[in-house]
Design a protein around this ligand. Sequence first.
Ligand SMILES: Cc1ncc(C[n+]2csc(CCOP(=O)(O)OP(=O)(O)O)c2C)c(N)n1
Ligand SMILES: [Mg+2]
Length: 382
Amino acid sequence: MEAHKRKGVPIPIQPFTEEPLRLLDEQGNPVVDFDPEEHLGLSPSRLVKLYEDMVLTREVDRMCWLLQRSGKAAFHISITGHEGAIVGSFYALRPEDWINGYYRTPPAMHVRGIRLAEIFAQLMGTALDPLKGRQMPGHLGAKKAQSFTYGSGVGLAHVVGMGMARALQYRKTGGVVVTYGGEGSTSEPHFHSALNFAGVYRLPLVVMIVNNQYAISVPRTQQTAAKTIAEKGKAYGLPGFYLDGNDPLIVYHVMRQAADRARAGGGPALIEALTYRLDPHSSADDDRKYRSEEEVKHWWERDTLKRMRHFLTLKGLWDEEKEEALKERVRLDVERAVEEAEAAGLPRVEELFEEVYGERPWHLTRQWEELQAEMQEQEGGH
Ligand SMILES: Cc1ncc(C[n+]2csc(CCOP(=O)(O)OP(=O)(O)O)c2C)c(N)n1
Ligand SMILES: [Mg+2]
């Protein structure tokens, strides 16, 4: 892919590097001389908004944990630590682009226009849930966000997204599909089929691998003997970019160029964003069994939020007072959203049988009648 060519110093982005590309170092100091507006197309207000959305995403995540721990949600998979990679990449996309996310993307879906109350409603399965309580918690897709509803099967998003990219190309509708998955998803055949077809047909597809160094308890070194995941793109004839996923600016910059190129018919790309999962894998995991506290602490010190905050402060765009005000605002927004999601109550039971077929077939009608009879017997129960 060509070096970035706007005014001023070009910021080159080479594929297949052995070290992760970055614009900010681990503390948030710029490693090259760049101006976010001039070189990345990020105005000061958008830069601030990006950080605010990362903070909001983390607050959503904290609340998801609380709801799970208090028994209001059955399950949660955390985004904490991945905000730079996920929010940063969402910022690079257009509303008409398609997203095929995975279980770590829902807390950031407000960036794609999903209301916070809808995110919590999906987690708890209340009536405000765009999926009407039919999906597993944390599997939020929504039409208005151009986001597929994804399955839990690791890596499936890539092959389904590849098919969608082929459909976009065939129909000439424009747009690009971005699929998400962890580094574990690259050990699944779906990842390889997706890259292979995408390369052959030059599909408008970007495969985004959020490498958080673990697949539950399995470390990255057991997924592949390759030095990077990005280099796997080479075998399929497409560029692979290895990024510091805790640097939201390089993620934004590379995703934007990869997506622009794919949208314009220039072909697919693979992105590997190196980050770290700061929480246990899920609410059903105890990470103390397979990694040390020192390791987790090491990565907390390199937290993506801290890094972005430091950079904004250097730019004169942020201070303690703004930070305090933001924290208070996101806390209130999240609390109100949870209240709204809960107040919506449970979805109607009959919705279980709706929208599956154009016309309800006989066996669903029979099941619905049986269920009604059972509910009457149990009086008022669901
Ligand atoms: C095909 C399949 N195998 C196993 C699982 C169970 N499982 C859920 S998440 C996960 C780990 C995936 O790790 P990775 O792809 O690195 O993503 P991460 O959770 O680390 O973000 C596994 C094994 C599954 N959902 N699907
Ligand atoms: Mg992983």
